[in-house]
Design a protein around this ligand. Structure first.
Ligand SMILES: [Zn+2]
Length: 484
């Protein structure tokens, strides 16, 4: 490239060292080059239509005119207090603004999606940036300002990795790729940095991709077997959507009161769940766990749909509640023992109860929500379910060569004890004053574990300040797994 836009080594270093909080900017490098061996340069899963177009050479820039330099502020009017006032309706929480300056006719509002289930922040920022770049001549320098690092992280950190992997498994691809395509067509340096009024509603950006600036396919050197496999699945557009719809419908019917789809989705990320469990629940919702019917969709792997221990179809329901391999039934009987100490009857459970776990509440005789019991329920059930799943994977994948291999009961017992005590210890840590406003309420923690701790009468009234986790201290602060 002779147009002076490809970044020199010094400039690339400056990007590496840039500290956005201190007002540095990152400069976009529009060139796609490959160094190294052949596998760096070969790409697979390439979109055939891009092959028929000649490789792109950027337009020759004219004489740089500093006054043409444009700065655009990107922000979300309903949540970003820094931006100029923008009149939006309450329901427009998914609206993003591109602000060129007071009374600038290019100021615009962009809604990235009408899908209420979609996380909008990144698509929103990208759509606003795309809109802004469409409003700016291709050869005028463009600066993006925002209150966060979302755009710079996406363009400078994530995109190179995603491009190397051919965008396989990247839901944001539909938003990032058109924007990258547009940036590469530009003949001026663009920069992104953090920031220190009238808007019209813009048409959504067209997201048209010029095939000559399009980099498709995955670098051979970045392709693992797992990634190649996902690429094949994506190329076949495996219909997981139907499973998601079925699960959502089942969750809706299961709840006694009507629930919105977005409420059900939100509940899968309940703050009482560990992060790994939330991810696991999200995968159940999408039918994305590698078990049961998942394998029926993949030619040559249909036998994996069966439970290797029982020979039944290995559905989530089977793994969590029916499988005869050591694990699930012992865990449920222990969890039931703990729950009944709370003085509440153990209900019968099915996989749908797990889908709606974040929405389930326990009430007293006057119909008031029992906060402590409800929280204990979420913690107990989520941890039990996740442990059962982890034990199953350990057995099926870790000991695949021996179909009759099972966990020892003492190991299952110890793992559950360890898991629940870890949650208890996390709670004790979370009430500490050093976390200020985000500290978990002491009363809620006490109410959560009340009646289910070992030697509870011997513990101080406020045991959250008690250092009973120290070895050798009696009584020890522990969840009681023994029956009364
Ligand atoms: Zn089984």
């Amino acid at each position: 490239m002779t147009d002076g836009l490809t970044l020199t080594r010094r400039r690339l270093e400056r990007n590496e060292e840039a500290e956005l909080d201190k007002g540095d900017v990152l400069v976009f490098n529009p060139s796609v080059t490959s160094n190294g061996g052949l596998s760096e340069a070969f790409r697979i899963f390439v979109n055939p239509s891009t092959l028929t177009k000649p490789p792109a050479i950027r337009r020759r820039p004219g004489v740089p005119v500093p006054e043409e330099s444009t700065t655009v502020m990107l922000f979300q009017p309903t949540t970003d207090p820094v931006g100029p006032d923008v009149a939006t309706n309450d329901d427009e929480h998914n609206t993003f603004a591109a602000f060129f300056g007071p009374h600038d006719r290019r100021n615009g509002l962009v809604t990235p999606t009408n899908n209420p289930d979609m996380e909008v922040t990144e698509p929103g920022v990208l759509s606003a940036a795309m809109y802004a770049s469409e409003q700016t001549p291709l050869d005028a320098p463009l600066h993006f300002l925002s209150t966060n690092n979302i755009l710079s992280n996406l363009i400078f950190d994530s995109t190179p990795l995603w491009e190397a992997k051919g965008w396989i498994g990247v839901p944001l691809a539909q938003f990032v790729k058109p924007f990258m395509n547009r940036l590469r067509q530009r003949a001026r340096q663009d920069a992104s940095g953090p920031s220190p009024q009238t808007f019209h509603k813009a048409n959504p950006p067209a997201r048209v991709i010029d095939p000559r600036f399009e980099l498709t396919g995955a670098k051979l050197s970045s392709l693992t077997q797992a990634l190649a496999y996902r690429g094949i699945i994506e190329q076949h557009k495996a219909p997981q959507r139907r499973q998601t719809e079925e699960n959502l419908a089942a969750a809706k019917t299961h709840m006694q009161t009507p629930q919105m789809r977005s409420t059900i989705w939100m509940s899968t990320r309940h703050k009482d769940f560990s992060r790994p469990f939330a991810v696991f629940l999200w995968k159940i919702m999408h039918g994305g766990l590698k078990c049961g019917a998942y394998w029926n969709r993949i030619q040559g792997y249909e036998d994996r749909a069966m439970c290797s221990h029982c020979g039944a179809i290995e559905s989530i329901q089977h793994i969590l509640f029916e499988c005869e391999a050591a694990g699930q039934s012992l865990i449920w009987s222990l969890v039931r023992t703990i729950w009944e100490k709370k003085g509440i009857k153990w209900p019968s459970l099915s996989a749908t109860d797990i889908l709606t776990l974040g929405l389930t509440t326990w009430v007293d005789q006057k119909g008031r929500v029992r906060q402590g019991a409800t929280r204990l329920w979420r913690v107990l059930i989520s941890e039990a379910v996740h442990l059962i799943w982890k034990l199953r994977c350990d057995r099926v994948i870790g000991h695949a060569e021996d179909e009759q291999w099972e966990h020892r009961e003492t190991l299952v017992w110890n793992k559950l004890q360890f898991t629940l005590n870890s949650r208890l210890a996390l709670d004790v840590e979370a009430v500490k004053r050093k976390y200020g406003g985000s500290a978990l309420k002491r009363d809620l923690v006490l109410a959560t574990w009340n009646k289910v701790l070992r030697d509870e009468p011997a513990l101080p009234m406020d045991w959250t300040a008690y250092t009973g986790f120290l070895v050798g201290r009696t009584p020890a602060l522990r969840v009681d797994l023994e029956p009364d």
